[in-house]
Design a protein around this ligand. Structure first.
Ligand SMILES: C[S@@+](CC[C@H](N)C(=O)[O-])C[C@H]1O[C@@H](n2cnc3c(N)ncnc32)[C@H](O)[C@@H]1O
Length: 263
């Protein structure tokens, strides 16, 4: 049977338990309070939210995505195994993140560079403003960004990922094009199954690569009180997976960073 593309994607790029723990720690470190109510934007199969509700019986998660396909996959594969009580703390909405949500949350997480889908500055401002309206005072939006020369060079980055104890598949991150004038960039994800069958263009992205200062300026413009950047620490020239607050970064070939807007 052909593995589902969302299953392959999750195995290749996600560590939702690590991310949920990091969000919890980040909020506690910055506010000295516990975050309880998370909104996961562009949630796809909403694995971070499922991990979030498992972490504490007081935690709730609101999951937003426009596409019913990943939401249905998440319902069948991640929501179904939860207890009835845990399920009652997850709310899944097929909804545009540009529209503010009614219940105010402590934290909004936008993972995997997803807000790069907003190419016009007016849309970026609309999204950040909608986040601000949906957050409690003191709440924060956590945006995941990527950049550096290694994010714009035309290339294919491959890695082998375990599918089972005995089988591996190949995940390919394909950087198709980048326009230095518009900062528009096209990417795709392909998989090669253990059988040799290639699943091409399973995920395609048409993004604008916003820079960190542009994002910070936009957050401030819509009224976020403070913005912070969490940058990955390095050891012997390699990323450690640990992110700390920094106001100056090293000129990495490619980087992933978090910009945080505090209401
Ligand atoms: C790159 S995937 C991210 C999946 C997941 N968050 C992750 O970190 O792996 C982007 C998701 O954003 C959703 N999306 C795109 N535009 C959206 C919008 N305006 N509102 C809500 N979801 C949107 C797409 O349907 C897609 O599932």
């Amino acid at each position: 049977m052909t593995p589902n593309k969302y299953h392959l994607y999750e195995l290749s790029v996600q560590s939702p338990d690590v991310h949920a723990a990091w969000l919890e720690e980040l909020y506690k470190g910055l506010t000295k309070k516990h975050a309880r109510h998370l909104r996961e934007d562009f949630c796809g199969t909403f694995k971070t939210s499922v991990e979030w509700v498992k972490r504490n019986p007081k935690n709730t998660a609101l999951c937003l995505d426009l596409d019913s396909e990943p939401l249905d996959y998440g319902r069948e594969n991640h929501l179904a195994p939860l207890s009835a009580e845990q399920k009652s703390r997850v709310k899944i909405l097929q909804k545009d993140v540009l529209i503010p949500t009614k219940t105010e949350v402590d934290l909004i997480s936008a993972g995997n560079f997803s807000f790069y889908i907003f190419k016009q500055r007016s849309l970026l401002l609309k999204y950040f403003s909608s986040c601000k309206k949906s957050l409690k005072t003191g709440g924060m939006v956590v945006l995941e960004l990527a950049g550096g020369p290694g994010m714009i060079a035309p290339m294919r980055e491959k890695k082998e990922v375990a599918l089972s104890k005995t089988q591996k598949f190949v995940y390919t991150w394909h950087q198709k094009s980048f326009d230095p004038i518009t900062h528009d960039a096209q990417y795709a994800i392909h998989f090669k199954l253990p059988s040799g069958r290639v699943m091409k263009d399973q995920f395609v992205y048409d993004w604008r690569l916003w820079t960190i200062p542009e994002v910070r300026d936009a957050l401030s413009e819509v009224g976020f009180k403070k913005t912070l950047v969490y940058w990955e620490t390095a050891h012997k020239g390699k990323g450690t997976g640990e992110y700390v607050h920094m106001e100056q970064g090293d000129n990495s070939f490619s980087w992933v960073a978090y910009v945080i807007g505090i209401k």
